[in-house]
Design a protein around this ligand. Sequence first.
Ligand SMILES: Nc1ncnc2c1ncn2[C@@H]1O[C@H](COP(=O)(O)OP(=O)(O)OP(=O)(O)O)[C@@H](O)[C@H]1O
Length: 245
Amino acid sequence: MNTILETAHLSKIYNNKRGIREISLQLHAGDVYGLLGPNGAGKTTFLKLITGLIRPDQGSVTLFGNNLADHFELGMEHVGSMIESADFHDFLSARQYLELVARFYPSVTPKHMEEVLELVGLHKVRKEKIKGFSTGMKQKLALAAAILPEPKLVILDEPTNGLDIEGTVMFRKLITQLSEEKGTSFIISSHMIHELEQLCNRVGIVVEGHLKKEGYVSELLQNNQSLEQFYIDELQLSKEDEDCA
Ligand SMILES: Nc1ncnc2c1ncn2[C@@H]1O[C@H](COP(=O)(O)OP(=O)(O)OP(=O)(O)O)[C@@H](O)[C@H]1O
């Protein structure tokens, strides 16, 4: 299997002693990996570490064979990401924002920008200023920016936050389309467990900074009624372990 992302003993502890501890995870080409976990478990911290937004205290991140600490640009060359709410230049239009992003990717054509705006459902409003956009519209624009350079790996932190029902369906179709047609890999942090059950081939559960459990969705569903049931049972087990400790 072609490993595109590998973290080894990745740790980041903030001053308040929270964060993530010793997360070792491998992502293979074609994986759509769902990251689950309660509020404050460490999912965003993990995603920030694998995109170089913050530095680890310990451990390493290797993207496409490049250690991020030594070869950041090479590692990130094929990665698109959307982590926490993006800050936009409000005075730009959606199309102008994508033009700004495209300056870093000379291969992106104006036609492709139009296609991506269409894909995320922003084509009609592409000439409007971001200032007037709703949370969901901004979320769609951030998604458009993440997939614009046709990355091999897309890292998304709670991508359906703020999306309406239509937007959520669009998002699901988009991930499936990119995964099936282009072989794009994804790592997606979300609380929308039913969404992840439909989208992902693998999931991992983060609890209090630890990667507690991982598995292939198809296998988990053979032994559990639903992904939700598996998740709830795992959290319960974690609590019992904690109580015993
Ligand atoms: N910059 C920071 N300084 C101090 N503590 C932080 C910082 N960022 C996150 N934390 C703490 O680290 C823990 C993990 O936070 P993180 O945002 O990674 O969790 P999460 O799993 O993404 O949560 P949620 O599902 O609520 O978005 C939390 O307890 C949070 O309070």
